[in-house]
Design a protein. Structure first.
Length: 135
């Protein structure tokens, strides 16, 4: 789009196009991450292996928890929690892929947030297309 702006003799609009493009890119990355985490939050508790992870350091809200997979290998899980132990689920085929166990309302909120971010990204892409057509 930026190239079209310059070719059509509207170099001042280049700033707007670059700004919208950067925001769209950032929203797209955040949306993809949120979608992946939301998917794992629903999938792994049902189809993965659930274990108890033990906090590695006492104190504070930010915590690192250690769990052992079925082969005996230790893995880490980072979570904002005060508890000395938490339940997590991991993918048996990729034991390093893990997610904490959350109640359904939290998982639903993550899914809705992901959809909202994708809608915002789609809106910005449509805006970029509209700007490109009007120039």
């Amino acid at each position: 789009m930026s190239l079209l702006v310059v070719i059509n003799g509207q170099p001042a609009a280049l700033i707007l196009a670059a700004l919208i493009g950067a925001i769209t890119l950032i929203l797209n990355i955040i949306s993809a991450y949120t979608l992946e985490r939301g998917y794992l939050m629903w999938r792994l508790p049902r189809h993965g292996t659930t274990v108890t992870a033990v906090r590695t350091r006492p104190g504070g809200k930010a915590g690192t928890y250690r769990y052992t997979d079925h082969s005996g290998t230790s893995h880490l899980h980072h979570r904002q929690a005060y508890a000395p132990e938490i339940k997590i689920s991991y993918d048996p085929n990729a034991p390093g892929t893990n997610v904490g166990i959350y109640p359904a309302p939290v998982r639903l909120l993550v899914a809705l947030s992901s959809l909202l971010l994708w809608a915002a990204t789609t809106g910005l892409i449509r805006l970029m297309i509209h700007i490109g057509r009007t120039i």
